[in-house]
Design a protein. Structure first.
Length: 185
């Protein structure tokens, strides 16, 4: 016996629509819009996709590193709406519509950000693995008026970023240099 709805003129459209929504539901993805380094990006992510992984795997922005995957090392630090976060602890779907800045987004017109330049000038890196997170945290603390300008305050504010090579002295020197020359913007 045939179903009378099968003969409806829009039956094919309805079936296609249901099939498409079933595929999306089966895949378990959600639409996500981000503004990444000033560029609007629309993508689909699973509800459990971590922001760090989406940026690296779907958008190819590999400057932000995966270190500990527990929010303890700071290698994954980036800015969301101007605030530094550990992207390994944040679900991508939570940031729908947010402005994300990664280390790749700091340069302007081919010129390094002043903090990046200070890191270069003060040799504030060794292997370089933690450098992106260190730079992103440094940019954030230099903009935060609540953080003192003395070395101890800078070290405390940067304590969420681990450098396994031990370049801490040079990192603090770079941050202070960027502050003193007014190059922290």
């Amino acid at each position: 016996m045939t179903n009378p709805r099968d003969n409806h003129p829009h039956a094919g459209l309805l079936a296609d629509s249901l099939a498409n929504s079933s595929v999306e539901a089966a895949a378990g993805t959600r639409a996500l819009q981000l503004i990444v380094n000033g560029v609007e990006r629309r993508l689909r992510v699973t509800p459990n996709a971590v922001l760090l992984d989406v940026l690296r795997d779907q958008l190819g922005l590999t400057g932000t590193k995966k270190g500990c995957d527990h929010g303890q090392c700071g290698a994954c630090t980036l800015h969301v709406n101007g605030v530094a976060i550990n992207s390994c602890l944040s679900l991508a779907i939570m940031h729908d519509g947010d402005e994300i800045t990664t280390v790749e987004g700091l340069e302007r017109n081919g010129e390094l950000h002043p903090v990046q330049e200070a890191f270069w000038e003060h040799d504030a890196y060794q292997c370089g693995y933690c450098t992106a997170g260190q730079v992103m945290s440094a940019v954030a603390i230099l903009k935060d008026v609540r953080i003192g300008s003395d070395d101890a305050s800078v070290r405390e504010a940067m304590s969420g970023n681990i450098c396994r090579c031990g370049a801490y002295k040079n990192i603090v020197a770079a941050i202070q240099s960027a502050r003193k020359t007014g190059r922290a913007d």
